[in-house]
Ligand binder design. Structure first.
Ligand SMILES: *Cc1c(COP(=O)(O)O)cnc(C)c1O
Length: 333
């Protein structure tokens, strides 16, 4: 069942005091460049460094005391589930493949979760979390296709509109679509005229391809500076696909070069260290792909980036991602 505005209000109560109330701050540079007041919702300030704590807290709160939880995200969702489970004192098992870097394994363990290493691919890790569900009764929490996760992420929309009811456009980084679905649901329930635009990188944009095809499709996963936006939406997607299809006004794609430049902008102009996934809204506006018609907010979704890569970007060096090299350039507004 798709969540409703009431579910998002309930989620806001559940996460209160732990994962809510992040700052909404102006970006004078982006306002100047775009001709519209441009606001940043700083989810990079969350205790786990990303907004995914909202959905994870809301989903973990609904799990019975005796049960534990499992997921197979090695990224921000894994961190969120680990943090939320520890806060409730329940067991969390995060499943990963042998290919996941040790630093990520250590990061999740440091948040108190057990780590199960299985096989050579994300599919092997997923099979292990399904087994834990069958054999040990652990509740599996999807990073985006779960009504409680979507409602949790939607609290960002409530907070932005409570602070600034005059916002006319929301720019939302888009991957599996839990964030965009929740934020668009909240925002449009409050102001049906608001425009909500999802933004992805042009290398492997699964939601974009799925909406074009009319059903969830698989895309090839390619390395990107916006690595938190990679991955599929699930061929059996039940919620985030139809919600994004029905609620988003538009999806815009940006290139690696545009993401690179926008990361420099956010660092040099706003002094914010954030993942490539966060800056796609800035990148789309700076590239002239979106025209703004009033106060605009984007979500700075997380700060959990690879620091050596970030250092290369702010110093204008080339960055090699798998088989492509993003050409470096010293920052120049
Ligand atoms: C998960 C994530 C996103 C995208 O959220 P979806 O709900 O998968 O669309 C964006 N930015 C960061 C930093 C994330 O961790």
């Amino acid at each position: 069942m798709q969540p409703t505005l009431a579910d998002i209000h309930a989620a806001a109560n559940t996460i209160r005091g732990v994962a809510d109330g992040t700052p909404l701050v102006p970006s004078p540079f982006m306002s100047d460049q775009s001709g519209a007041e441009f606001l940043l919702k700083l989810e990079n300030m969350q205790p786990i460094g990303a907004f995914k704590l909202r959905g994870a807290l809301n989903a973990v709160a609904a799990v019975a005391e005796a049960a534990g939880v499992t997921c197979c995200s090695t990224g921000n969702h894994g961190r969120g589930v680990a943090y939320a489970a520890r806060a409730r004192g329940i067991r969390a098992v995060v499943c990963m493949s042998e290919l996941v870097p040790q630093a990520k394994v250590d990061g999740i363990r440091a948040l108190g979760a057990e780590v199960q290493i299985k096989g050579q691919s994300q599919d092997d890790a997923l099979a292990e979390s399904r087994r834990l569900f069958r054999d040990e009764g652990l509740v599996e929490i999807s990073p985006f296709d779960d009504p409680l996760v979507i409602a949790g992420q939607g609290t960002i929309g409530l907070e932005i509109l409570a602070a600034r009811p005059d916002v006319t456009t929301l720019l939302v980084p888009l991957s599996g679509g839990g964030l965009a679905a929740g934020v668009a649901l909240a925002a449009k329930a409050i102001n049906p005229a608001i425009r909500v635009i999802g933004i992805s990188m042009d290398r492997g944009a699964a939601m974009h391809e799925s909406i074009k095809a009319g059903h969830p499709v698989e895309v090839q996963e390619l390395p990107s500076l916006a690595d938190s936006l990679g991955g599929g939406i699930g061929l059996d997607n039940r919620l985030s696909f139809p919600m994004c299809r029905d609620l988003l006004d538009q999806i815009v794609l940006v290139t690696e070069e545009q993401i690179y430049h926008a990361m420099q902008v956010l660092y040099y102009e706003d002094r914010i260290v954030a993942e490539g996934a966060c800056v796609v809204g800035l990148a789309a506006v700076l590239a002239g792909k979106i025209t703004l018609d009033g106060p605009t907010a984007t979500i700075i979704t997380g700060r959990n980036l690879d620091m050596p890569t970030f250092t290369r970007i702010v110093t204008g060096q080339d960055v090699t991602l798998g088989d492509v090299t993003v050409k470096g350039k010293p920052y120049d507004a």
